[in-house]
Design a protein around this ligand. Sequence first.
Ligand code: AP5
Ligand code: MG
Length: 196
Amino acid sequence: MNIVLFGGPGSGKGTQSEKLIDKYGLHHISTGEVLRDHIKRETELGKIAKSYIDEGQLIPDDLMIRILDDVLEKEAKDKPGVIFDGFPRTIPQAEALNELLNKRGKELHAVVGLEVPDEKLVARMIQRGKDTGRADDNEETIKKRLHVYHNQTSPLKEHYKKQNKYVAIDGDREINNIFEAITKELDKIGKPDVRD
Ligand code: AP5
Ligand code: MG
């Protein structure tokens, strides 16, 4: 089962991914984490990524798609399924994901959209900024990330609704309740290899 966890910045993609990995044994790819790891290791790619992330902007599609192709090849070849967290974020990325899966004989089963009001997203990220010091969790960059989400990423909802793949989840409630709602939907879609 290959699924996309979709939603604005701070909507809970990472939090829910962790729980889904445990339950279904899926491989997790967070493009944000991949990029932050490059920044930490001070690679060439990390330097490029930092200049975009600090501004709350998206890394250019062609570069991001090449990175994802590479990660899929290295990490996910023999995995039964993948959770894509934070990818795709644009229509060209969605088209690329389709191609990257197809060329490996796979397909995308569902796009789980965590829907949370902006003011809650801001509060969560401000709090995380204080707790962890994540560089892009400051008021100014958060504003830009939300703007980018509404302008460049949220159109993907319609894109996936047309393909009957979008599953809307109310992400503004307790973490375990959200998780329960997601698993209920996923169990309807496929018959994943439940390991618990
Ligand atoms: P990325 O790392 O993907 O950041 P994001 O989308 O802004 O999302 P976050 O990781 O901040 O939040 P999340 O949805 O994972 O929520 P979380 O579970 O952490 O991307 C960062 C940057 O990298 C982008 O801005 C861009 O520059 C670049 N990038 C990444 N992917 C790219 C791509 N495909 N193309 C181009 N550029 C790309 O939760 C947030 C907080 O809330 C946590 O503190 C958590 O504990 C808390 N929380 C979670 N759930 C709940 C709940 N139900 N109730 C209360 N609190 C909760
Ligand atoms: Mg995340």
